[in-house]
Design a binder for this molecule. Structure first.
Ligand code: NAP
Length: 353
């Protein structure tokens, strides 16, 4: 029996993870947590709503932690898990992006593994099969382009939260859905891929594939490229991360290639500046990815509340990155301080209602 601690059990990933665990005889839920939603229907011996997630993890003694919390709130659970060498099934990309070098140092000390749940990184992980950076030419992170693909900047000026939440291919929580509309999500994924696989930013490309069938691919140095294909359904990467190295059965139908058309195109980086801002934050290093993430979280929340226009999101993030004055984080306290300062700077840019 593999003991799974599920953080973010009431969310989009969390609910699908419960389905996977219940269907697999080798998996059991040892703990479940949410931020504020009651966990009434969740069948786990230990549950916690809000509070310090590491206290729950201490008691749960998990074999694998599925961190499906949204945002920087997942950072302590990620670091706790990595430090102890426990398998980390990682959906909460924000914690790896913000934690960066600190998270990698905890991973090295703990000697455990990160099993990516993000579909693109699960795809890359599976194509790589543990091959090192020296054998890789480049990584290609694919994306649908979100609901506003093909629009001009003028056409984005008045878009509403409702329109941004209407994702063409994935059903996800509100924060990541808005991130998909701005391409911040692809930016976070470039940073995530860099930290997961140790590949420099100039060898991580983003390509749009509107139907979300190709989940990413790896170009190797011998000229071969391996791609991962499948219907857009998060139960596949969740199952892979929880049952790795097994490939457990899921309810998905086999891929019907004759019914598919695969088109690829470059993202419009001028209309959607979040991608370039994320890359730039990665290249500057230190706490800049943390600042990118924190300012984006503030901007997305303000957009969803109707306090900030859609085009204000990248403006707020660019401004926070411009104004932040902080070095690399030596420890988690430095990181939390950088996150807090970036949030303060970003909040200053939100128009007063
Ligand atoms: N959804 C997807 O298909 C998808 C795909 C790839 C990656 N991801 C990543 O997976 C993560 C979760 O995404 P999601 O779409 O599942 O989000 P979601 O539907 O908004 O769910 C977020 C979950 O996090 C919990 N949470 C928030 N703050 C918390 C806190 N301080 N302590 C404990 N729990 C807290 C929420 O609890 P409450 O219900 O109490 O608020 C909820 O259970 C994100 O990092 C996202 O980028 C998601």
């Amino acid at each position: 029996m593999k003991r799974v601690a599920l953080l973010g059990a009431t969310g989009s990933i969390g609910r699908q993870a419960i389905e996977i665990v219940e269907a697999h005889p080798g998996l059991e839920l040892c703990a479940a947590a949410s931020g504020s939603t009651p966990l009434d229907g969740v069948d786990a011996p230990l549950t916690q709503v809000g509070g310090d997630l590491t206290e729950l993890l201490e008691r749960a003694e998990p074999d694998v932690v599925l961190n499906a919390v949204v945002g920087f709130a997942g950072i302590h659970a990620t670091l706790w898990t990595l430090e102890r060498g426990i398998d980390l099934a990682l959906a909460n990309k924000e914690s790896l992006v913000a934690g960066g070098e600190l998270a990698l140092a905890a991973l090295a000390r703990g000697g455990g593994r990160i099993l990516p749940v993000d579909s693109e990184h699960s795809a890359l992980f599976q194509c790589l099969e543990g091959r090192g950076a020296d054998q890789i030419d480049s990584l290609v992170v694919t994306g649908s382009g979100g609901p506003f693909r093909g629009r001009t900047r003028e056409e984005l000026a008045d878009v509403t939260p409702e329109e941004a939440l209407a994702h063409p291919t994935w059903r996800m929580g509100p924060k990541i859905t808005v991130d998909s509309a701005t391409l911040a999500n692809k930016g976070l994924e470039v940073l995530e891929a860099h930290f997961l696989f140790g590949i420099p930013y100039d060898r991580i490309e983003v390509v749009l594939q509107p139907t979300s069938i190709v989940h990413s691919l790896v170009r190797f140095r011998d000229g071969a490229s391996l791609a991962h294909l499948g219907y857009p359904d998060m139960r596949v990467p969740i199952s892979y991360a929880l049952t790795y190295p097994e490939r457990a059965a899921t309810p998905l139908p086999p891929l019907d290639l004759t019914a598919l058309t695969l088109e690829f195109r470059a993202p419009d980086v001028d209309t959607f500046p979040m991608l370039a801002l994320a890359r730039d934050a990665g290249l500057r290093g230190g706490v800049h990815p943390c600042v990118f993430n924190a300012a984006n979280e503030v901007a997305v929340a303000a957009f969803l509340d109707g306090r900030l226009p859609f085009l204000g999101i990248p403006e707020l993030v660019a401004d926070a990155l411009e104004r932040i004055d902080a070095d690399a984080a030596r420890d988690v306290d430095d990181l939390v301080a950088a996150d807090r300062e970036a949030r303060r700077l970003a909040e200053e840019g939100v128009p007063v209602a």
